[in-house]
Design a binder for this molecule. Structure first.
Ligand code: SIN
Length: 488
């Protein structure tokens, strides 16, 4: 049985939200949300249809002008109040994340802190949108440049960080003055729906427009999203998910030339140079690989380790992984939770098999533990061929392939040998080498002697096929603003 408290379970919204009201989906259709650690059905949730999607967009469009007219200070105070309410209920949010996503409670608590922080940060940024007044160079007139909200935004969020990926989009959108329609992942809609409920009730208490936040959970994402992207009331699409789906959405969004923000796949290299502090590198590697059981687009995907320390690094990482406890996230002492579903386990198993077929050795793990749930053992592979799928594809699981390199140039060439460019990590005690990493590795985010880069106040995003635009920091707000130039 899930460990959700009966009080939380009794008050969770399970419908769709439009016009400030939670209702059933048309036709009363629902889909099941399942606990990946047990296979238990947690809730039946409204399965919004394309028609429901249009209703939610109409709700957002109806309040776009009113929301744009609300003073930045009021938008800021709404976000700050929602931040405080989420922090006050962080235990409830964490247990919900663990129930629907599987990650251990300690990680879920950390995600609530991280996720709430986007609301605090954008509460602070809402009142700092800047413009410009200057005399034109020819001296004949003035130029006034000001910013205004893009308009109704569709936010499509993934299942791996159910609160943080929602607030990272909702925070800047509302701060900028854009009403939103959120389409949460069908595996983990409940946490996002609870966030939306906090915003809805706080907005209602403040007399703010009811339709600023709308939610359309659905099991048929493509059917719901495609017509919205061709509806001229929509002006913005923000998506976090795979590069393959991102490409399709970009093609659909081209029809209306929508503003788009795309946080797509990654294949982060984790580079350990010969001069690295190996204990620190092992700590960083464990975090960078095993946060959410490796199911993150910034997870370390490939461990590139200098020849002189590769064997020692791989063996010591394997010793650490072997000592970790895999299990249900709500059980004390569990370090690694389940993967999201059976398909994810299947894919990770295929990648490991492909690597071993090409000669890799399994130093620890390599398979599924016995029992229910969709688990995979923390795994370290040594001597991995650089053409192995586990090196070339995004793993999204707790598998660490180790590849040795001979010198810095080879490390940089291997690191950049991918169509992705999201995150990278490097361990070195040389400042000069660290600066070179920043200059040579093609990635939007680089952790030096750190296994974690995520921060609400920093620009999160990638280059190459890892996406377009940034979320978080000052840049995250820009994604929801238009620039208007007035020649006076
Ligand atoms: C992601 O995996 O998409 C986001 C992870 C993070 O924000 O740290």
């Amino acid at each position: 049985m899930s460990s959700l408290s009966p009080a939380l379970a009794a008050h969770l919204p399970t419908g769709m939200l439009a016009d400030g009201q939670w209702t059933a989906a048309s036709g009363g259709r629902t889909f099941e949300v399942v606990d990946p650690a047990t296979g238990e059905v947690l809730f039946d949730v409204a399965d919004a249809s394309p028609e429901d999607g249009r209703r939610a967009l109409a709700s957002a469009a109806d309040v776009a002008s009113a929301w744009r007219g609300v003073a930045p200070r009021e938008r800021s105070e709404l976000l700050r109040a929602v931040y405080e309410r989420i922090v006050a209920r962080s235990g409830a949010f964490a247990s919900l994340i663990t129930a629907e996503c599987g990650k251990p409670l300690a990680e879920a608590r950390a995600e609530v802190t991280y996720g709430a922080d986007f609301l605090r940060w954008y509460a602070e940024q809402a009142v700092r949108v800047e413009g410009l007044v200057r005399t034109a160079p020819a001296g004949a007139n003035r130029q006034i440049v000001h910013r205004r909200p893009v308009g109704p935004a569709l936010l499509i969020t993934p299942w791996n960080f159910p609160i943080a990926m929602a607030t990272r989009k909702i925070g800047p959108a509302l701060a900028a003055g854009c009403p939103v329609v959120i389409k949460p992942a069908h595996q983990t809609p409940l946490t996002t729906m609870l966030v939306a409920e906090v915003i809805r009730s706080e907005a209602a208490e403040r007399g703010l427009p009811p339709g600023i936040v709308n939610v359309v959970p659905t099991a048929s994402s493509g059917d719901l999203v495609a017509p919205l992207l061709t509806d001229d009331r929509l002006r913005k699409l923000s998506f976090t998910g795979s590069t393959a789906v991102g490409r399709t959405l970009l093609q659909q969004a081209a029809d209306q030339v929508l503003r788009t923000s795309m946080e797509l796949g990654g294949n982060a290299p984790f580079v350990v140079f010969a001069d690295a502090d190996l204990d620190a590198a092992l700590d960083g590697a464990t975090v960078a690989k095993l946060r959410n059981a490796g199911q993150s687009c910034v997870a370390a995907n490939r461990f590139l380790v200098h020849d002189s320390v590769a064997r020692e690094f791989a063996q010591r990482l394997a010793d650490r992984f072997a000592g970790l406890r895999v299990g249900r996230g709500d059980v004390d002492g569990v370090d690694v939770g389940p993967l999201i579903d059976a398909e994810a386990v299947e894919k990770v198993a295929e990648l490991v098999d492909d690597a071993t077929d090409r000669g890799a050795q399994v130093l620890t793990g390599g398979g599924r533990p016995d029992g229910p749930g969709t688990f995979f053992q923390p795994t370290v592979l040594a001597g991995v061929d650089t053409d192995a799928r586990v090196v070339r594809e995004e793993i999204f699981g707790p598998v660490a392939p180790v590849v040795a390199f001979a010198d810095d140039d080879e490390a940089f060439a291997l690191a950049n040998d991918t169509e992705y460019g999201l995150a990278a990590y490097a361990y070195t005690t040389s400042l000069e080498r660290a600066l070179r990493v920043g200059a040579e590795i093609d990635a939007g985010m680089i952790g030096i002697n750190r296994g974690m880069v995520s921060d609400a106040s920093a620009p999160f995003g990638g280059m190459k096929q890892s996406g377009l635009g940034r979320e978080g920091g000052e840049a995250g707000l820009e994604e929801y603003l238009e620039t208007v130039y007035v020649a006076l």
